[in-house]
Structure formats: structure tokens, C-alpha cells
Design a protein around this ligand. Sequence first.
Ligand code: G6P
Length: 489
Amino acid sequence: MTARAQLILANRAFLDHEAPRWADSPSTASSGGLLAAVRPVIAPWDGHSGTTWIGVGMGRFDREWVDPRGYEILETPRGPLRHRRLFFGSATWQGHYGEVANSFTWPLFHLVRVDLPRATPYYPEPQPPSAAGWQSFVVVNRAFAEAACEEDGAQSCWVHDYQLALVPAMLREREFRGPIGFFLHIPFPSLAVIRPYLSGEVRQRLAEIVRGMLGADLAGFQTPGDAERFAEAACELAGARPAAGGLEVDGRLVRVGAYPVGIDPEEVLAAARRAKPVTRVRAARELGLPVVVGLERGDFTKGIPERLRAIAEAYRQGKRFAYIGIASPTREGVEVYGALEAAIEREAARAREAAYWVGCPFTQVRAAVGWDDVVALQRDADVVFTSSLADGMNLVPLQAAIAQSLRPTEERAVVLAGVDAGVTKVYGGDGRDGLRAVDPLDQQSLLEGLTEGLEGRPARISDRFIALVRERDARSWGERFLDDLEGTC
Ligand code: G6P
């Protein structure tokens, strides 16, 4: 890992705070895929080198302000972290986070098939933001760029994800002196697929986002496909030209590459060793039933209602298993999430009824679950059932592989994952190593995956899969990206 000071910019602060820090409010480590991937990468802060993290304070305030205490040093399991939070008023936050990040970019970038909003009753059509919403996005991105420039310019700056897509170009305009990296944790869409949405306004906003990302010296993506689709969009929308190693923009080279994220295997293993089985798993075992688990954020990209429909059908066909589905609350208050809850409820009610007739326990809850329980479920499941419509990576199969490594090979689970999730692109979804791709919109495919999974086919999680997950861990991901970033200057 680089010995230099390194700056990480992410929309999420390292800590969630519901109130200003000086109110002595309880604070908890933030959750989510981005944090899980980036957390293991931070280098301890030792006064002149190590990691500084800048993120948004998650409170909602009636005015804009910058934390007057500036930086704080947080004690983390990886050592001290220099941390700074930026706070925004609720109107700015709603425009930036509610309108642009979550009602426009998030649904647009996950449109792996143009028919998602038609094929599912809850997937929102990407909404071009209002002028005020876009302006809020600019304000938040600018605040990050300015905060970064207040840092000693000699450091590298690593900007994370779509919420901060404009920051790389803003740093360049402000002549940030170190190398600028950008990593997109979510998929980058294909222009051919989203073309029906590329009307004037959507096209213009997407072009601005792409131009923002092109401010980086190195733009990283989850898969080679995402990197290629970005390059294609950069050429069509932002006047970039293909060049060796990346793209040429305004006479400079932007390196573009695939850097699939990983997890921290030791963190999962430690939890898998200490966590007690959850009550519902113990109850299922007493009934002699295999356990199928579905764990995710309650997001419209996760394909939850379709999966529940397949579960119901499996019960109707007389299959016997316990299902434990947990969707953790996410992005509450963002309007486009409204229809999902109703769709989950409807399908869960049907599955619950079908389970009743075959005498099997079925649970689908909306709840935030502690880390140990998450890992316990991943460790004890016989089928880990994810079926995202699209996903940058999806860390659940990777965590499950490590958690299950404590079990003998012949007792391990089969992991199902959506065919368009990064994880199946990177690790392969043919099932040979226990990771099997399913088509989240095809009931037959979901049912087949589940049926075979319950029989341990085509294969249970293999030692090879576990070894790959260990090898491609979060630390090596970060090191590879940062080494390549250093190499750009
Ligand atoms: C998931 C995605 C990340 C994204 C994050 C935002 O974890 O994988 O790419 O940055 O959600 O979550 P938030 O709760 O901050 O909206």
C-alpha cells in the first residue's frame, strides 16, 4: 500500500450520524456495498500519511454548513482514520441524493435491459432531474472538490461512485496536483440498451456525468464490460477518442480499466466463527428442512418480487424448504422506492400461503440485521438465493463463499446470482464452483436454479471459488487501483 497520504471521497461518511457530532449522538459505522469494499483499503493515519476520508454527514439540516471542527480522527479496526463530514441543507440533499443520484442515475445505470420498467411493476423509469435538483448535485460535488483541494495537493485523490461523478473534472479545473482516480461501484449502461431513454435531457445529463468522470487520470469499473460501455459512451457523448490504455480527452490520457471489488475475508471469517445460528435456522433444522436465504438491501434492482414468485411456485410443486428473506431498509423517503414494498408484500403473501400448505416456514421481513446474523445466515444456508436484475458486483455470494468455508465441501451451499450481476461476470456462473447464474426475470430459470440448488447441483461452493475470493480481496483491489493510479503520473 502506498505510504503517501491518500484522500478518499465518498458520498457516505465513514460513520452514520443522525445528529451533529457535538450533540454526543450515538454513531455507527455506515453500511452498504461501497463501505464494505473500501473499508479494508484504508491505511492508518499517522499524522502525515495514511487515509483521509471525506463524506456527507447523514443528518438532514435546514441550512448548509461545514463541520466547524474540521477533521476528526476516528478509531477504526484498521487504525486511526482522518475523517471529515460535509453537511448540506435538506433541499440540497433531496436534489442531490433523492433526484439525481437515486431517481435518475441509479435506475438509468442499472438498466441492463430496456424493458425493466415494463417487465416489473415497480422498477422506476429514470427521471431526468429538475434544474434545481441538478444544481444541488453540482453544489454537493463542488463542495467535495473544494474540500479535497484544501488538502495538501501532493496526495492522490480517489473519488467513489455515481453520487460524486462530477468531482474528477472539478478537481482538474481547480488544478488538484495529485493523481485523480474515479471508481464506479455500479454498472455502466450500454447506450444501445438505454437509447430509447436518451432524449434531449437524459442525454445531456448523462453527457455531463461522463465528462465529470473523464476528469480522472484513472477511471475504474467493476467489469471489463462496464469499462467498454463507458468508453463507448465517452466517445459518443463527450468527444473522447480511443487510445492505448484508455481514452484521449483534451489531449490527455484517461486510463480506463476493470477492477472488480472484493471483500475482507478475515472479517467474514471472524464473524462466521463466532456467530450463533439464528433461531429460524435452528427451527428449520429441527424440522429437517434445508434453508434457503435471500439477503439484500430492499432495492428495486435486487429482483426480490420475482424471486418470491418462484419460491411460491416451488412450494406449490411440493418442494420442502425453509425460506428466510431479509430486505434491509434503504433510501427511505426516496419516492421511486415506494412501489417496491407493495410488490414484495404481495408476492410474500402468496409465497407464505403456498408454504403453509406444505408445512414449511417462510419469512420475508424488512429489517436491518446485525453483521453477525448476516454472516451466520450465509454460513448456515443450503441455498444462498440472490437474483439481482443488475448489480455492480453483489458481495453476498463472496461473503457466503467465505462463511461457508467452515463447512465440509459436501455440506456447503449452492449460490444463485443474477446473470447480469458483476459477480457472475467475474467469477463465472456455470455452477461448477457452486456459483450458478439465474435469469431474474425468467420464472423457469429461477425455479430450476432453486430446485437444483436444493439438490446441491451442479456443484456446491468449491475450494477453488473460496480461494479466488480470498485472492481477489478488497485489499488487493485497492492496492491494484492505487498502484495504477500512482502509475498515471
Ligand atoms: C450500494 C451500492 C454502492 C452505493 C451505495 C449507496 O451499496 O453498491 O455503489 O454507493 O449503495 O448507498 P446509500 O445508502 O448511501 O444510498
